[in-house]
Design a protein around this ligand. Structure first.
Ligand SMILES: CC(C)(COP(=O)(O)OP(=O)(O)OC[C@H]1O[C@@H](n2cnc3c(N)ncnc32)[C@H](O)[C@@H]1OP(=O)(O)O)[C@@H](O)C(=O)NCCC(=O)NCCS
Length: 185
């Protein structure tokens, strides 16, 4: 067990998960619009299990997928963070990801939180590379990757967790390397 790191940005706090996050997280995961690029929405049991897993990983490593809090109101607004990803053709790798409740979209929050997570990944963990991937048609998520100046590798792949022929199976793969990140700062 490690005490999880908390990261601050001007407007946001990336922090460990707490009990009060579970209900808004379940609402977000049950929202068809938030989950429109995923195979299905999550039940509240599935959502709670996911929050428990994310918190367990934070406690194990000290870092991971953090709960995202809006500092001005202390509202839980979603998650952003980095995690080791196994089972992909490009594994081992560390991926960065994000999911926000829709009332908080288009205000630069995902990008702001992800920038801080990348700074942590490269400056503190000294990672050499961070990747991001999403289904080809998820333009909002690709927009965050591009805003972060991540690079589209052009190495599209079929997500192994989705059945052959599934409309979301083809994914884009973006990456950013340590040196590129520092050059952009
Ligand atoms: C993807 C997501 C986290 C983006 O969050 P956000 O806080 O709205 O993103 P930002 O405001 O930082 O936007 C960054 C850029 O992404 C692009 N973008 C964001 N939302 C977009 C949309 N709906 N349509 C097109 N481009 C979009 C824009 O280029 C934007 O920059 P701009 O606002 O200066 O034009 C949010 O849409 C979400 O939670 N979606 C559902 C969950 C999901 O699909 N997660 C990713 C799974 S891989």
């Amino acid at each position: 067990m490690t005490t999880p790191v908390t990261l601050d940005t001007p407007r946001l706090r990336l922090r460990p998960w707490q009990q009060s996050d579970y209900r808004p997280f379940a609402r977000l995961n049950a929202d068809h619009e938030v989950m429109r690029f995923f195979p299905a929405t999550l039940s509240s049991v599935e959502s709670d299990t996911l929050a428990n897993t994310l918190q367990d990983n934070l406690e194990k490593n000290g870092w991971g997928i953090w709960a995202l809090e809006l500092k001005s109101t202390e509202a839980f607004i979603g998650f952003t963070g980095i995690q080791c990803k196994q089972g992909m053709s490009f594994s081992p790798c560390v991926e960065i990801g994000w999911r926000l409740a829709k009332e908080y979209w288009r205000q630069g929050f995902a990008t702001e939180a992800a920038r801080q997570a990348l700074t942590f990944a490269f400056s503190h963990l000294q990672l050499t590379e961070v990747v991001a991937f999403t289904t080809v048609t998820n333009l909002p998520s690709r927009g965050v990757m591009e805003k972060l100046q991540m690079h589209n590798t052009g190495r599209n792949f079929q997500h192994p967790a989705l059945p052959i022929g599934h409309k979301f199976r083809e994914h884009v793969l973006y990456n950013i390397e340590h040196a590129q990140w520092h050059n952009h700062q």
